[in-house]
Design a protein around this ligand. Sequence first.
Ligand code: KIV
Length: 262
Amino acid sequence: MRITQNTLQKMYQNGEKFTILTCYDASFATLLEKAGVDVLLVGDSLGNVLQGKDTTLSVTLSDMKYHTRCVAQGSTNALILTDMPFGTFQTTPSCAFNNAAKLLAAGAHMVKIEGGRSMADTVRFLTQRGIPVCAHIGLTPQSVHQLGGYKLQGKTDAEAKLLLEDAIILEKAGANMLVMELVPAALAKKITQELSIPTIGIGAGSDCSAQVLVLHDMLGIYPTKARFNKNFMTDALSIEDAINRYVKAVKSGEFPGTEHQY
Ligand code: KIV
């Protein structure tokens, strides 16, 4: 049976961690589901790992529709979460709705939007009209030029306060889940405790409700040096074995360890 946002909410309420990996094609969709991955994220990180770009800024809506269709073709039971790419949701809530609707038509079950309180009206507009939304705060790669690089966010007390406020505002606006990328583990823990929606960490410590990694990073295909990543192929016999190990390690709370957090 298909995992829905209700299933994830129940897992969260029962204290069961759920697992997410990025996925961009049908073959991996089938393989990841077989290994027990709950959510397939059609991430705009495909700009980096598939297209070879330095940033995600040139990824288009058509790219995201194409890869969502591919993933949907190979998927029978995971929830498909698709990133809204840069420039397709920031201008007006109605423009965001029109573009999100195209991603749902391609096979997504939920869309992900980068940004804090400035995105609250958009989150409200979409969720009130039947489109589930995962918000994304902390390091938001689409704002790399404004942030001055891919670096840890929420380091000072003032920054941490703003991020906590953002999280609360987004939940109140109707966000179904919240990704936190590259934030100190203690801050991610506090935000997780304050919210009643699942938090998904990447470089945000082990106290989040779920974890996500980029598939090509955790398989050691993409040459990342990020501290939060773990190459699950190192001890694995096959790709399937590596994905199984990731699922087990997240569910048991073994990953991320202290060496992967800030
Ligand atoms: O695009 C992506 O892969 C993401 C994850 C890093 C969370 O947004």
